[in-house]
Design a protein around this ligand. Structure first.
Ligand code: ADP
Ligand code: NI
Length: 220
């Protein structure tokens, strides 16, 4: 029977939920759920955007993340294409979703992670909102623990990576990630909606870091 767009989104959500349920590094189904909802919220203020593409890309953006496949960036786009190919969608729709997944990842402070379409900008903003603020802090330490990283080492300075390869190869302590990525995100949001939310989440991270370093020295 022919599937409606709503059916395809529901089937995709269920598929991703089964794949990522219980994942322990902050890339679990609930990350996807939050990004999906963020993306729908942002898209509501962008009337030109194709919300079907936005929702599919938000749902499928982390099913084969390079971070968990030895840095291989081709796994995620391939798995997304294999999943979408069953629905008989126009090739342009499938290609658009796959392109967003190829482009979305942060690639280092000194490198570009530009999105080529408005829908891509919305999904990247939605993903980046979940990297900052209270949830962002929690996810970052979950990821650090998952990768056996130290919390902080005052002797290891943050690095503003100028290539994706160098960014991916880093094994720095988790606090460094705030300076290498998270604090840079608010100025890299594409949409007005995300920029406004990012501002508040950014302030919360600044306050967290201030307290972290004060407590490190036993000052508070
Ligand atoms: P992206 O594709 O832009 O990397 P993801 O949705 O895959 O975005 O999630 C990235 C999140 O994973 C970061 O925001 C952070 O919470 C965590 N993470 C990634 N790399 C590191 C790192 N080196 N140290 C700590 N956390 C990290
Ligand atoms: Ni993500």
């Amino acid at each position: 029977m022919h599937k409606t767009k709503d059916d395809i989104i529901a089937a995709t959500a269920e598929h991703v939920q089964l794949l990522l349920r219980g994942e322990g590094s902050g890339h679990d189904w609930w990350h996807i759920y939050r990004v999906w909802h963020n993306a729908k919220h942002i898209a509501a203020s962008e009337p030109e955007a194709n919300t079907f593409v936005v929702e599919l890309a938000a749902l499928l953006h982390d099913i084969g993340d390079h971070k968990f496949h030895n840095g291989d960036e081709t796994v995620g786009p391939r798995l997304a294409k294999e999943w979408l190919d069953q629905f008989g969608l126009p090739a342009s729709t499938v290609n658009h979703v796959v392109t967003i997944i190829q482009e979305i990842s942060f690639k280092g402070a000194g490198t570009s992670s530009a999105m080529s379409t408005e829908e891509g900008c919305i999904v990247q903003d939605a993903d980046r909102l979940d990297a900052i603020g209270a949830v962002g802090i929690a996810r970052t330490f979950a990821f650090g623990g998952h990768m056996s990283r130290q919390l902080y080492d005052p002797a290891i300075e943050p690095v503003l990576h100028t290539s994706f390869e160098a960014y991916k190869a880093s094994t720095a302590p988790t606090i460094n990630h705030f300076y290498e990525k998270l604090l840079l995100l608010k100025d890299r949001m594409h949409t007005k909606t995300a920029r406004k939310i990012a501002e508040k989440r950014h302030q919360y991270m600044e306050e967290f870091l201030r307290k972290f370093f004060a407590e490190w020295e036993g000052l508070e």
